[in-house]
Ligand binder design. Sequence first.
Ligand code: ATP
Ligand code: MG
Length: 558
Amino acid sequence: MSSSDNLPVPHFIRNIIEADLASGKHKSIVTRFPPEPNGYLHIGHAKSICLNFGLALDYRGSCNLRFDDTNPEKESEEYARSIQDDVRWLGFQWDGKVRWASDYFGALYDYAVELIRQGKAYVDDLSPEEMREYRGTLTAPGRDSPYRDRPVAANLDLFARMKASEFPDGSKVLRAKIDMASPNINLRDPVIYRIKRAHHIRTGDKWCIYPMYDYTHCISDALEGVTHSLCTLEFEDHRPLYDWVLNQLPVPCHPQQIEFSRLELQYTLTSKRKLNQLVAEKLVSGWDDPRMPTLTGMRRRGYTPESIREFARRIGVSKSDNVVGMSVLEGCIREDMEACVPRVMAVIKPLKVVITNFVEGKTQSREAGFHPDRPEFGSRLVPFSGEIWIEADDFSETPPSGWQRLVPGGEARLRYGYVVRCDEVVKDAAGKVVELRCSIDPDTLGQKPQGRKVKGVIHWLSVEHALAAEFRLYDRLFTVAKPDGDKAHDFREFINPESLTVVQGWVETAVNDAAPETRYQFERLGYFCADRHDHQPGGKLVFNRTVTLKDSWAKEQG
Ligand code: ATP
Ligand code: MG
């Protein structure tokens, strides 16, 4: 599966772009992906990345990566690096060098001076509480600040002195002079600069005033020649401000802001702030914990870039709610893995089986292909011996109806091997089954058994040949579909205590030299990926279960 096999799904943003190209409004398009380097990227960002970079590819335009670094206290180089790694891993490359909003701090300052000169911005001394009070509410208009009519010269002087570090943090702000009675609160003289003595990851201590996001974003877009500035719906009410700022200033162009709905994935979170909390409070092992919906976590879990791009294609782009079930995401990785990863056997909950009629030199082993439809993957010998591991769950003394696996006195086929019959069940003092004693039907290697049907096929491993391995099995991180949707409960109350199970089991020798991030289907158990960090080829083998073979979500979600 690759996204090029799957045609782009039409959507309203494509329609706008196609109309703009057809009318000659634009000769080519420029988009941008503008993350704030205050956390790792998550699956919601993947939607935005695939949209922005994907459109640039499809229409032969370009897409910039621009860090929105206007909040120095929360931002870090580590986050900025991880974001670049994740975008590249997803398969995209930005145009030219990485851009930073801070590249434009000089220009943004000059434009602010220009607004003041035009009488369209003023320095305000109201305290934050007073400002809130003056702002009004959704139903009541705001009131003008007593500082609103400061003369231009006084504003120019005060703004220069704000920059020159003459005033304490928070004591003054620069506000755009728009309309305190506007029904849109974003237009009630929004703050465009604040004083904040914070060390910035790029500009160090050069600035003690920082521009606000809304003011910065539109100007950065214009300076980069962005044609279509795509953002999520919560910015719809900010669009009049985006346009107002650009309309006042001699910027090189006026990009069109277009909003689409955010992705929300059930049973998880798409908020950097909350994901950061999980990491900081050690509720997960880190940003790349395979249970996390971060791109780095999903990568470690075993998701491929192709599967995530396909997911983004399937969920589409619109203005209506985009709440998506986990089965959509898991369907994408299953389909991707089905055709392209080798299949071998592993046993994750081992139960020993002694083959009572095994005869050295006479009882045979079989050759098995790594994939039923991909002969080019080659094959390996699946060695048989007098003791084998089977999955404890493939044996039952009290089977439910329809059970086709082993029962006392019953038969099942060993995958790539013989039909075995369970002759005896060995238990410990506590009554726990610790071993089965079975016999093979020697005429059933690659042959149907005579005179009876054996339906069940189980996986197994030869004890003497199997390699020890650790398996990390994951379940959803939260027990409810919308962990942050309940005002009365903190999302952390819904963490699934069984979201991680670590088991020690066995695997075929064929995987011994697998490099980290190698993917396999372990037959009947699911798709697994050798852990990026803890797996050592030829040493400690550690496999993360990416996904089970069957969709276990459909029935739960109703
Ligand atoms: P978060 O709340 O997780 O921090 P954000 O929107 O503040 O998200 P940014 O770093 O500002 O994070 O996001 C960069 C881009 O990714 C923005 O254009 C934003 O609209 C987009 N984006 C973020 N979350 C989602 C989402 N869930 N679905 C689609 N796009 C998203
Ligand atoms: Mg943001």
